[in-house]
Design a protein around this ligand. Sequence first.
Ligand code: ADP
Ligand code: MG
Length: 885
Amino acid sequence: MVRYVYDFAEGGRDLAGLLGGKGANLAEMARLGLPVPPGFTVTTDACRAFLATGTEPDGLIREVSDHLTTLEEAAGRRLGQPDDPLLLSVRSGARFSMPGMMETILDIGLTDESVLGLAKTSGNERFAWDSYRRLVQMFGSTVMGVDGSLFEGVLDDLKRARGAASDLDLTAEDLAGLVESYRNLVRQETGEYFPQSPAEQLRRAVLAVFESWNGERARIYRHREHIPDDLGTAVNVQTMVFGNLGADSGSGVAFTRDPATGRPGLYGDYLANAQGEDVVAGIRNTVPLTALAELDPVSYEQLRSHMSTLETHYRDLCDIEFTIERGRLWMLQTRVGKRTAEAAFAIATELADEGLITPDESLARVSGEGLARLMFPRFDTSAVGKALAHGLPASPGAAVGAAVFDSAEAVRRSAAGEKVVLVRQETTPDDLPGMIAAQAVLTSRGGKTSHAAVVARGMGRVCVCGAEEITVDTGARRFTVGATVVEEGTVVSVDGSEGAVYLGAAPLVDSAVMRYFETGERSDALVAAVAGVMERADGARRLEVRANADTPEDAARARRFGAQGVGLCRTEHMFLGERRKLVEAMILASDETERERALGALLPLQRKDFSGILEAMDGLPVTIRLIDPPLHEFLPDRTELAVRIAAVEARGERPDPHDTDLLGAVSRMHEENPMLGLRGVRLGLVVPGLVAMQVRAIAEAVVERTRAGGRPRAEIMVPLVGAVEELRIERAEVERVLAEVSQESGVPVRLPVGTMIELPRAALTAGRIAEEAEFFSFGTNDLTQTTWGFSRDDVEAEFFSAYLDKGIFATSPFETLDRDGVGRLVRIAVDEGRATRPDLKIGVCGEHGGDPESVHFFHAAGLDYVSCSPFRVPVARLEAGRAAL
Ligand code: ADP
Ligand code: MG
């Protein structure tokens, strides 16, 4: 038989799926002997059954009433008993924490009768009426559907009439009158009386919590956090305890360590004579938890001891909610607490040092994303003060600028040299120019996959999104947070790593972690923690990590960051700048001699480029990709050129013949879809002499480095191969040139030749391609483009946010590898390539090589290495280590 109700004494934290996180942890605390107000949990099964059919499943009502009876017997009083009422809270609590997204109803059991009993037993009439009016308000809005703001309105009217500054200034009579007004309001709005049966209150409250699972707020939140819609919530029914019974009562929240820095020691806020909601709502100012040591030393000591029990038991940072009722401490909630990246590293290290967790576990507790955050410069947290608002940390970094409210203003001010922060409710593709011009983007709506977040991350712009506390008034050019008004032009500071916004220009500090990677300097405890974690990761990982680097400087930095080689050295930038003239000459050459002269001029320049990179990576592999983009990318823009010639002709003069030749070439070479045109290996097969020149430059650089006593390890990589025949022909040319250079120099140059796998056809025929390739490197950017048929530049800003909203994918496939599609091609290519050539070396050099989730996939798929931008190398090392756990 299915059971729908578990007493706290029966549950435990391993039952979180059934009892929800809150219920499972309440049970766990009860089991540990901590003081938890007694109660029981209605399971998520019951919720799912209710939501599916619209009625309570069979047996639920009986089970609830049985458990209620047990509760009443233990308490020695009945729910809503007129002379001495037992009161209950009815609390939502799903598998995954959805803070504030669903409903909780307090003080169930109060009626016109029992409110008098409560007044008598508590000896506090005001408290009893205050509790009752809270019930009518919460029940009225949550269960009976009355617009919550109507209650606020009635309360405000009363306060004004009494000249009361806060709720605390209202007397018992005032509050009794308020209950009367509330009940009239309920009747007026619903045609129903506020229920006077405690049992009915309880039943309806439970069902309302079930229903709150499908409330709009909750659904949006789940979508944003990728929480499945079909889990349902559990409902916790719990004896009420009261923090608002006088000066010896109160409520607070606490962490076992500082969630910002990870520093050990209790940390939190306390509010005397208050219910828990008042702490969070910020109605009155809280005091730091340490003040409780003076207010109530006994409770404080108990709290410390319970929290230490919890941290030892959960072996992690815990946060709790507690209430003190007339000097008696009650634990209302606990969970493993959220923390900043800094705290995550500090805590993982300390818990491992204390022996509470193993070194492997400590690696599991940190993340590459967190490490990336620590590598950005950030605001000096000791100097910034309290945040103005919080949102989601959508794109990391710290930025300061004047608030502006539309794209045009952002562009205008930034063109005038001002730094700006673009503030929008949400962004659309129309905001793109403003986002480019701004230092940071701040939105009041939308999740980490909203347009603002996706585009900002893509551009490396700082972004905080979904800062719901702020109200953006674009028309009036200002935003407000509570009573604070921020007009256009006001300087704000945006912390995209932590998701915080500050008023004014917050001071920036360099990242000590970045300095550590650059110089090895261990300046503080955080850096020492990071260094320890990196050592553990390096010890654990199987994947090698290389870097994508095109210059000696990048290669050297990558090496300092721990790169074990260059996985992708692009050669196209070697054709830019002043060298364009030589490329033009090569393209326009009318005969072999002219072409050879142009190529001959490029040769020593390329040789020098390669030699520098090989020197920076001496002893480590450097995979050099032969030229990939279409040649017209190196020529002037067709329209510009045509306009220039037309302007000359309009003046009746003769245009420069070089220009007309160039226009002819550009027009000939124009492509509708350059991404799918004459590029990659196709260039080498069609343009005479180009590949030979590049290979010669590489080989001669190798000779030069060898003669200088180095250990150059160049590898030659052919891009965009789709058929083994392409590679066979290209490779023959490569080998011919290598043999030539070996002969001329007397230094044998034997370099591995491999290919990129970046077309579906290459992946599907990888077994054949491996006959000619000594290594594979997945170019997952192009492979994603060609597998999905997306042109990255065209789709990302245009419709990806719509795709993300509709749930077609959870993250952009250009950010996190699409395992089902692109990943399948990767697996096929790995299997079939290795079947042909068991020692085939396989890596990846797309941007996915530095993306945590993708790194885990590449580990599982059996790749030998990932290659990413130099700054992502530490992130990839860490995630490769975590993937191997
Ligand atoms: P959330 O999941 O939104 O935090 P909770 O179920 O924790 O919602 O309830 C919100 C607040 O209600 C708690 O922080 C606490 O202050 C108060 N509360 C809940 N249950 C009780 C109780 N049994 N006694 C006193 N206060 C309670
Ligand atoms: Mg809570």
